[in-house]
Design a protein around this ligand. Structure first.
Ligand code: ADE
Length: 249
């Protein structure tokens, strides 16, 4: 069964554009997912289809009305729906959440604009997600980030080997990759990669993934259980000073 997605936004074109390109478009054409984008104004109030209002207590900016959101959700929600509010105060989106969401059957993304949402909306959603510690002009780009990460995980969406490789080194940064030419003005590709020796290539890649992660994102190592092989490699790396990953920082 394809993943069904409804996106609620005041700027449908902002969401439709990127989803109509490249892999996300192909995923939909192949029937792996159906994405519907709705203009929240459809549920707006009165002749002007009003969706926002002034904030009680005073302050700059307009707030998305909870009654408008409730009406929209009443129309799109089903028993199997996961409603996601994009908000800088949400929990930070990670790959593990992408995997979780890829296993659901119906996702609804709620994208606020302006100064955010009436706080009572939070009790109407299942999940609040932030894509990082910065403030966007609205939830659309955040919804696209989350949706892109979810779509590529659907069975058959991309080369299965790519996803398998990710889970092999899940939680680590990717190992360095190279393509032709083998020598770029004296900058040579690591010899092991052209050796044809699969086991040595595997070990080299794992070691370089660990090296890069320790250098650039040591927090990821702390969050992750290591296999015996990884722990041994990590000891070796730390033993010889580890850091040769020059382009970091
Ligand atoms: N809306 C505004 N900023 C956001 C962020 N960082 N993540 C999710 N939604 C947002």
């Amino acid at each position: 069964m394809p993943l069904e997605v409804d996106v609620l936004t005041l700027f449908p074109a902002m969401v439709e554009g990127p989803l109509g390109e490249s892999i996300p478009a192909r995923i939909q054409e192949r029937g792996l997912a159906t994405v519907r984008v709705h203009d929240l104004r459809r549920w707006g109030l009165g002749r002007h289809r009003t969706v926002d209002d002034y904030t009680y207590g005073g302050g700059a900016g307009m707030v998305l009305r909870a009654d408008v959101v409730a009406a929209a959700l009443a129309d799109v929600r089903r028993p199997d729906t996961t409603v996601i509010l994009l908000d800088p105060a949400g929990s930070v989106f990670r790959q593990a959440t992408a995997h979780e969401l890829a296993g659901r059957s119906h996702l609804v993304f709620l994208c606020p604009r302006y100064e955010g949402v009436d706080d009572r909306v939070r009790s109407m959603v299942d999940l609040e997600l932030s894509i990082g510690d910065y403030v966007l002009t609205g939830g659309e780009l955040a919804a696209l980030v989350v949706l892109d990460a979810v779509l590529r995980l659907l069975p058959g969406a991309i080369d299965e080997a790519s996803v398998a490789e990710e889970s092999f080194a899940a939680g680590l940064l990717e190992y360095p990759q190279y393509t032709r030419p083998a020598d770029l003005d004296g900058a040579a590709v690591p010899p092991v990669l052209v050796s044809g020796h699969h086991e040595q290539v595997r070990k080299w890649r794992l070691r370089e993934s660990l090296r890069r992660t320790v250098d650039r994102r040591p927090d990821l190592i702390e969050d992750r259980a290591l296999t015996k092989e990884e722990a041994r490699m990590l000891d070796e790396l730390r033993g010889d000073g580890g850091g040769t990953d020059e382009a970091s920082g």
